[in-house]
Ligand binder design. Structure first.
Ligand code: GDP
Length: 445
């Protein structure tokens, strides 16, 4: 799966990660190559374009982390962008099949792997979720297809609806529905007929069946090797029938993989499973994180960058804590604290988590401090000079006026901020004095 794309991309990123500093041009060149690689993998043009733009935007706005190279950081950004483009809502592979008997409609073109996938999925539901499954073939034009499903059913120990000659697809569907109800099945799967290409008769037939059972899931099975054709097929079926998800088959081949990357972005429908071979076990849930990892093949770098980002945040927090305990809590620390609070869901959330801060959290709440105020306070601190931030004792009347005006606020707002700073720094000092068993020190362990 994705071998060619993966090779191309790792070539691009190998060159990028070997360099130390990166110029904007380096990144541009690399992204141009990423775009070509995506197009060669048969990813649709708008998707490739949006992808590269998203990466570029993030790469430009990103703060540099010193323990990793810029190239490594770009790899991580590309990795995250891949996950974004692949991701649907909900758990990978989750199907809505409560309220038994739940109908699942399997649709797609002939030869895409529909019958095989119906049986694979039935096996999975039976073995992994303990469901009782009934399968029915609606392919009245090809008796061999009905036989094929019956044989697969025997192989995997899943019941199939007995074949009755001369019935039309709607009649078979009604029989399956009744049988599923009477027989106490959790799920019944309807394997509709396929055609070599989309035609009116096929669509009308599938529609008629759909209207009889109102399926809980309508899964389109398409050959992943067909690239953009698979995406067009999905668009067509979705317009006419309404699908809830896609199964991409033949992803075990050395296909270009573009279908997987374009599907979600173009159709808005998630890929739920991928077929990885002819055997009945060769069906996997589609997991964006894992797929992105496979495509990039740079798991080490991604992990390294994640670790570096975590470490830096932890180091900063630890340094601040140390200064706080020593009673050296300045405006830079307060600013960092406020920014952290914004990130962590506001002041109450943050204070509630810090030992001994419960009471203050209440005060914060009473004072009506919310995100907007946090942002204003950060603006006030930004309006101070370096010296003032390091030494808040400098803040006398004339300085206060300048700072408040610089942030577009009143001196009274600044006074409130300073009061808060004082209260916090007093509290820190007290905690620091509690010695070895002090609450803060405990919290730092
Ligand atoms: P249908 O006409 O859509 O029902 O297609 P079938 O289920 O009959 O599958 C057509 C062929 O594709 C069969 O030979 C299957 O074994 C094969 N096939 C189905 N899924 C996969 C897959 O994920 N990988 C591979 N390699 N072959 C598959």
């Amino acid at each position: 799966m994705f071998e060619n794309l993966s090779e191309r991309l790792s070539g691009v990123f190998d060159r990028l990660t070997k360099q130390g500093a990166l110029s904007e041009d380096d990144v541009k060149t690399a992204l141009r190559e990423v775009r070509v690689a995506l197009l060669e993998a048969d990813v649709s043009l708008p998707v490739a374009r949006d992808f590269v733009k998203a990466v570029q935007d993030k790469a430009t706005g990103q703060a540099v982390t010193k323990s990793v190279t810029p190239g490594q950081q770009v790899v991580k950004i590309v990795h995250d962008a891949l996950i974004d483009v692949l991701k649907g809502e909900g758990e990978p592979g989750a199907l809505k099949i409560d309220n038994p008997p739940a109908p699942i409609l399997m649709v797609g073109l002939q030869g895409g792997g529909k019958t095989t996938t119906t049986a694979k999925l039935a096996k999975r539901l039976k073995e992994k979720e303990g469901k009782r499954v009934l399968m029915a073939s609606l392919d009245v034009n090809r008796p061999a297809a009905m036989e094929q499903l019956a044989i697969l059913g025997q192989q995997i120990g899943v019941d199939t609806l007995p074949i009755v000659k001369g019935e039309d697809p709607v009649a078979i569907t009604l029989r399956a529905k009744t049988q599923a109800g009477l027989g106490g099945y959790d799920v019944y799967m309807l394997d509709t007929a396929g055609r070599l290409s989309i035609d009116e008769e096929l669509m009308a037939q599938v529609e008629a069946v759909r209207d009889v059972v109102n399926p809980r899931e309508t899964l389109l099975v398409v050959d992943g090797l067909t690239g953009q054709d698979a995406v067009h097929t999905a668009e067509n079926f979705d317009e006419r029938i309404g699908i809830t998800g896609v199964v991409l088959t033949r992803m075990d081949g050395d296909g270009r993989g573009g279908a997987a990357l374009s599907m979600r972005a173009v159709t808005g429908k998630p890929i739920k499973f991928v077929g990885l071979g002819e055997k009945m076990d060769a069906l996997e849930t589609f997991e964006p994180e894992r797929i992105a990892g496979r495509i990039l093949g740079m798991g080490d770098i991604v992990a390294l960058v994640e670790k570096a980002q975590e470490t830096i945040e932890a180091e900063q927090a630890e340094k601040m804590m140390k200064r706080m305990v020593k009673g050296q809590f300045n405006m830079n620390d307060l600013k960092m604290q406020l920014e952290q609070m914004l990130k962590m869901g506001g002041m109450q959330g943050m204070m509630g988590m810090m030992p001994g801060m419960g009471k203050m959290a209440k005060q914060v709440e009473d004072a009506g401090l919310d995100d907007k105020i946090l942002k204003q306070q950060i603006a006030l601190i930004q309006s101070m000079t370096k010296k003032e931030r390091a030494n808040p004792a400098l803040l006398q009347a004339s300085r206060k006026k300048r700072i408040a005006a610089g942030a577009g606020m009143e001196v009274s707002d600044l006074n409130k901020l300073m009061k808060m700073h004082r209260q916090m720094s007093d509290m820190m000092k007290k905690m620091g004095k509690m010695g070895k068993g002090g609450m803060l020190k405990q919290a730092m362990k």
